[in-house]
Design a protein around this ligand. Structure first.
Ligand code: HEM
Length: 420
């Protein structure tokens, strides 16, 4: 929440710095006394978990890059060398690979939280759109990172996905081919392609970090939403960020590390595909080319559509529609907890996304193709029809008078404690 600064520099040095580069003031106002709704649940710790994961990915990635070789002949072997010969290399490599999965898992939870509690609604539209932009950058980064292993799945994933651009040939003959050859840096996926994928995979996480700063800035103007979706009205609705939420976020990050550690130390390859332990071979296509689990719902949408260009448009449309969510939802209130009809559609949407993930991992034929198509239609109908229409016709349940009332069951006037 954009609030008056209460920072008082206490030493001479702090006063000197405050007049020049007031970072301590910024930290104090934004992460010290910043008023947080007192009723936020553990789903609000995922932003902090995501920050932790971003830092982990950057730290492990930089050290991996010190040993990685971005050449067609050296890439696969350099990764095996990291795994076997580099001190703690296995830990770095697995932490980075499993970390990518954890990152997407946390981002999906974070997004569904936002969808459920209407955190994208005014005045948080830009915050939400910056989040979707982060998602797009994450998708690009993970895709490029996976290609660097230069195993069979890496190579064929790059081949299949870059080839999607050739669908533009049906619009303007030659355009798609020209574009894809420009991306490849040649007439097939090869060394120039690998080199640019490496360069961009190194760059993008820093772009993500930059957009995350804007994301948190955009969050700190209106302040956090909360499970009721009711705005902060009095000081008793809030608690200061420190120590209450620094402790809670820190605890959540530790809990999350148990999940992370379980995969990292007990099943580091569980979420990957064994074919990527075969060096890339442009002459042998794997029986099933499947992306990493976090791309499967989008991959399903791409494949259930028989026309290549339409499939590509639907794939991009599935993300673009997320940018429009703040304007597609016509409901007066934010939280789905108080929306008796929309709640059902919301949970159906969650099931639909999980089902699309399953269909993305299967060959698109028979009943799976049919249900993949039904889920794809529901995916778009949820945003383009259900959100606008249900918001207009639904009668929401009565909202609590205030955040404090939702916590204590009584109006805020009688509330004591907290930051009051
Ligand atoms: C690198 C990835 C990301 C990081 C580090 C990040 C960070 C954060 C942080 C620290 C918060 C405040 C704490 C919280 O509410 O959990 C937050 C809030 C939020 N984020 Fe993200 N975020 C990321 C990705 C996304 C994505 C992909 C979306 C949606 C498309 C998104 C949408 C939101 C929204 C709507 C809020 C406000 C929540 C509320 O106040 O109810 N974020 N984010």
């Amino acid at each position: 929440m954009a609030h008056e600064s209460t920072y008082k520099p206490s030493t001479g040095f702090e006063r000197w710095l405050d007049a020049r580069l007031p970072i301590p003031r910024l930290m104090y106002d934004q992460f010290g006394v910043f008023p947080m709704p007192r009723n936020v649940n553990y789903l609000w710790t995922f932003g902090a978990i995501l920050m932790f994961l971003l830092a982990t990915q950057i730290a492990t990635g930089i050290v991996l890059a010190m040993h990685y070789q971005p050449t067609v002949d050296g890439a696969f072997n350099s990764i095996e060398k990291i795994m076997r010969d580099v001190n703690w290399g296995w830990l770095l490599r697995y932490a980075h690979a499993v970390g990518a999965s954890m990152f997407f898992f946390a981002a999906f939870v974070h997004m569904f939280r936002g969808l459920y509690y209407g955190s994208y609604k005014a005045p948080r539209e830009i915050l939400w759109m910056l989040g979707v932009l982060i998602l797009v950058l994450m998708i690009a980064t993970a895709f490029m990172g996976y290609s660097l292993v230069w195993g069979q799945m890496s190579f064929w994933a790059v081949t299949v996905i870059t080839n999607l651009f050739t669908s533009l040939d049906t619009l303007i003959p030659g355009l798609g081919t020209m574009l894809v050859e420009w991306i490849w840096g040649g007439f097939a996926v090869g060394e120039p392609t690998l080199n640019r994928l490496f360069a961009l995979h190194y760059l993008f996480p820093f772009l993500i970090a930059g957009v995350v700063i804007l994301h948190v800035w955009a969050l700190h103007i209106p302040g956090s939403n909360n499970p009721t979706g009711v705005d902060i009205k009095t000081k008793s609705d809030t608690l200061p960020f420190h120590p209450y939420f620094t402790i809670k976020d820190g605890f959540a990050v530790l809990l999350f590390c148990i999940l992370f550690g379980a995969f990292l130390f007990y099943a580091p390859n569980y979420l990957g595909h064994s074919d990527n332990y075969i060096p890339a071979d442009p002459l042998v296509t794997p029986a099933h080319i499947v992306p990493e689990w976090y791309f499967l719902p989008f991959y399903a949408i791409l494949r259930v559509i028989p026309d290549k260009l339409m499939g590509v448009l639907a794939l991009f449309g599935a993300i673009v529609v997320l940018f429009l969510v703040p304007w597609l939802d016509t409901s007066r209130i934010r939280s789905v907890s108080y929306r008796p009809i929309f709640k059902w559609f919301f949970w159906l949407f969650v099931i639909c996304c999980i089902a699309l993930g399953y269909f993305g991992s299967q060959a698109p034929e028979g009943w799976k193709l049919l249900w993949g198509r039904i889920c794809t239609i529901y995916y778009f109908a949820f945003f383009l029809i259900i959100m606008p229409v249900v918001g207009l016709i639904e009668k929401p349940r009565r909202l609590p008078g205030s955040i404090t009332e939702s916590v204590l069951g009584k109006p805020s006037a009688s509330a004591v404690g907290g930051a009051a």
